[in-house]
Design a protein around this ligand. Structure first.
Ligand SMILES: C[S@@+](CC[C@H](N)C(=O)[O-])C[C@H]1O[C@@H](n2cnc3c(N)ncnc32)[C@H](O)[C@@H]1O
Length: 272
């Protein structure tokens, strides 16, 4: 019998879209990532995933996931015993894709999502579940001292109000000044037109995406600890993404449409 996901409501249901994107990508001969766990999960879940077939959003999610995998892998290559917090983890199984047994993975999402994960996924001992809103402080208590830290937020921050996102960054940076952040942003145009977003329409929810970003450099002004920001317009460098990818590559309009992957590197603390 397949597993019901009726407990996933509102924004949490979008985790099924990104899961399906990784499953579809894995089945492609030219797939950008390999995630057999995503394929197995999609097969076990009772949900009409085929409603997502043909969406440009599937490609966008796959390109983004592959690029984020590459960046998390590079971080773990340098810091094999680091902690990686995944904020809004959904049904993502990055820790299996990257196979980093010495790292600690802290996965954060709302209680129904974390319950579903526990029903579906047998986690290795280096994974810590933290349930509740990522705006809460509970997950911070689980972060081990004295290990490098990366905080990843994939496909999640733009569902929050801009002031909440900013306050959250400031709070986390003040608590963990040496943390590296990895997240993605959407442009203001997509934020404003969230009700036309093909992925959200296919999921069948009316979900605002209030946090739109014209250019990630604006984030650097939020806190003195955010001096070192790098970014990539990940849909510009790929031929994937159907009509959306084509628009992201068009010179005159691409600056209004491109989503970014952003990395905040810790500031070098001067020796005293
Ligand atoms: C589009 S899904 C992305 C899931 C996952 N990051 C991935 O790439 O597959 C958005 C996820 O963020 C979670 N989410 C949204 N707002 C959240 C919050 N304030 N605290 C914790 N999780 C949140 C939702 O429950 C959902 O699982």
């Amino acid at each position: 019998m397949k597993t019901s996901v009726a407990s996933l409501q509102g924004v949490s249901e979008t985790a099924l879209l990104t899961l399906y994107a990784r499953a579809v990508e894995t089945r492609r001969p030219d797939g950008l990532l390999r995630d057999p766990t995503a394929v197995a999960l999609a097969e076990r879940i009772d949900y009409p995933f085929h409603r997502f077939d043909g969406l440009a959003t599937l490609d966008v999610c796959a390109v983004r996931a592959a690029e984020m995998d590459r960046r998390v892998a590079a971080f773990l290559n340098e810091h094999p015993t680091a902690t990686v917090v995944q904020r809004g983890i959904g049904l993502n199984t990055r820790h299996f894709r990257l196979n980093a047994p010495r790292a600690t993975w802290i996965n954060v999402d709302f209680a129904p999502v974390m319950r579903l994960r526990r029903d579906l996924i047998e986690e290795p001992p280096n994974v810590i579940d933290a349930q509740g809103s990522a705006f809460g402080a509970e997950w911070m208590e689980a972060v081990p001292d004295a290990q490098p830290l990366m905080v990843v937020a994939e496909g999640v921050l733009y569902y929050a109000e801009p002031s909440q996102v900013r306050e959250w960054f400031v709070r986390v940076i003040e608590r963990f000044p040496a943390a590296t952040f990895l997240f993605d942003t959407i442009p203001p145009l997509i934020s404003r037109w969230a009700s036309f977003h093909e992925g959200l329409r296919a999921v069948g929810i009316r979900q605002p995406m209030p946090w739109g970003v014209s250019h990630p450099r604006a984030i650097a002004s939020w806190h003195p600890g955010i001096a070192n920001v790098s970014h990539a317009a990940y849909m510009r460098e790929t031929t994937r993404g159907r009509w959306f990818g084509a628009l992201c590559r068009m010179p005159l309009i691409r600056r209004h449409l491109n989503p970014f992957i952003v990395q905040i590197h810790p500031q070098l603390i001067p020796l005293t």
